[in-house]
Design a protein around this ligand. Structure first.
Ligand SMILES: NC(=O)c1ccc[n+]([C@@H]2O[C@H](COP(=O)([O-])OP(=O)(O)OC[C@H]3O[C@@H](n4cnc5c(N)ncnc54)[C@H](OP(=O)(O)O)[C@@H]3O)[C@@H](O)[C@H]2O)c1
Length: 377
């Protein structure tokens, strides 16, 4: 006797800038539902609810917006005590910083037990938002998903995300081994997809926001450095990759939609010609646009389109703080990120293939700090 599959249900752990955009696009995809009555898309938020709880789950309607309805408690370190609903989630996306404390890690261990519990859990797909920062410095060489990750330092956020990726890789391998041992069972554990994101812009953060706040970048002398022989040489220009949050969310949503059925026989997995995007238990994707560019060039482009639009910028150019780990990485990590796998398996075309299309679109958005700015005649 065959029965209809239960509806797909998505939980986004960490409903921030990325989580919200994924929720919006997942809602529009029609892959989850029915919306909003079935609590088909939920996200965790850290906000005081009217019941005084620190964490809450927020329900998303079909347009991707918060409904008035459900608020359920979701303490990070007690997630499982009160969230049995997770057992009926088919898709779970982690869009928050990797666990930073032992308490966070214990919560994650508990959560993974629930998600991976074979046959009991409905989970098909687990996604993890990570960073291309995990590759570290490749001295300007191109990196793909098989490249070595040099950034494993648990003190840095990129290093913590690398450990988080490894955590899920190990957990899913263990689940596969267990599942394979049960003859004829087929897959009883979800697939894990890691999304290593380049610098994310959009959703209220971009080079336009930086330039609007800090002023146009000043023309600078070409930076110089000493080479190994002690001579003065030009510092190589560091190109960086970025991705618009909408394209990021489109790629993640596309991956989710490849998982629509629970049981895939392991005998069909990992053979030549197989569709790895659908069947591989663990797969990594670099998410970045098609044009790596020097940060300064992007800031100059932002300043130029403000100028063309007649929007005045402050005269003073404020120096960016170089103290943060991310700022330090920008100055030292040099690699070009390949997005071939993303294009081949998830997203043939980007809405914002380069920073130019992305910034041009953001300039026109109404909910920006310069939205009310008077333009010159
Ligand atoms: N920015 C980049 O360029 C970049 C590049 C690559 C990867 N990433 C990764 O992408 C992730 C998502 O980026 P985003 O821009 O969406 O960040 P975001 O807007 O700061 O959202 C992060 C979300 O995680 C929640 N959160 C943080 N710590 C938590 C904790 N201990 N327990 C429960 N929830 C917690 C936040 O809740 P609150 O709102 O309550 O703080 C927020 O909802 C980042 O965390 C980062 O690891 C970022």
């Amino acid at each position: 006797m065959s029965s209809a599959s239960p509806p797909n249900r998505l939980c986004i752990v960490g409903l921030g800038r990325v989580g919200e955009e994924v929720a919006r696009q997942a809602a529009k995809s029609g892959h989850f539902g029915p919306l909003p009555t079935d609590n088909a898309i939920l996200g965790t938020i850290r906000r005081q609810s009217d019941k005084g709880h620190k964490f809450a789950l927020r329900e998303i309607d079909e347009t991707g917006h918060e409904t008035d309805g459900l608020y359920r408690t979701c303490y990070y370190d007690k997630l499982l005590d009160e969230t049995d609903f997770l057992e009926s989630c088919t898709h779970v996306l982690f869009a928050l910083p990797a666990p930073q404390t032992d308490t966070d890690q214990r919560a994650m261990d508990q959560l993974s037990e629930t998600l991976l519990a074979s046959l009991r859990s409905a989970c098909l797909w687990i996604g993890v938002i990570s960073t291309t920062g995990v590759y570290g410095d490749h001295k300007g060489a191109k990196v793909n998903e098989e490249s070595v990750c040099f950034c494993r330092d648990k003190e840095s956020s990129a290093g913590r995300l690398w450990h988080f990726e490894e955590y899920w890789k190990t957990r899913i391998q263990q689940a596969c081994d267990k599942s394979e041992a049960k003859e004829g069972m087929g897959r009883a554990s979800p697939v894990v997809r890691v999304f290593r994101c380049a610098g994310i812009y959009g959703g209220g953060q971009s080079a336009l926001h930086t330039v609007y706040k800090n002023g146009a970048p000043k023309p600078a002398k070409a930076p110089r450095q000493k080479n190994s022989a002690g001579s003065d040489t030009l510092t190589p220009v560091i190109l960086t990759n970025r991705i618009h949050v909408e394209d990021l969310a489109a790629a993640v949503t596309s991956s989710m939609q490849l998982q629509g059925t629970k049981f895939v026989s392991y005998s069909t997995i990992s053979t030549a010609g197989q569709d790895l995007a659908t069947t591989a238990p663990f797969r990594i994707y670099n998410l970045s646009d098609d044009l790596p560019e020097a940060r300064k060039v992007v800031l100059e482009y932002a300043a130029s389109i403000f100028k063309a639009k007649g929007i005045k910028l402050c005269e003073e150019s404020i120096q960016e703080s170089k103290a943060s780990g991310r700022s330090r990485r920008r100055l030292t990590d040099h690699k070009i990120v390949s997005n071939d796998r993303m294009h081949e398996e998830l997203l043939p075309d980007l809405t914002y293939p380069t920073y130019k299309e992305g910034l041009d679109a953001i300039l026109e958005e109404s909910n920006t700090p310069w939205g009310e700015t008077k333009t010159k005649d």
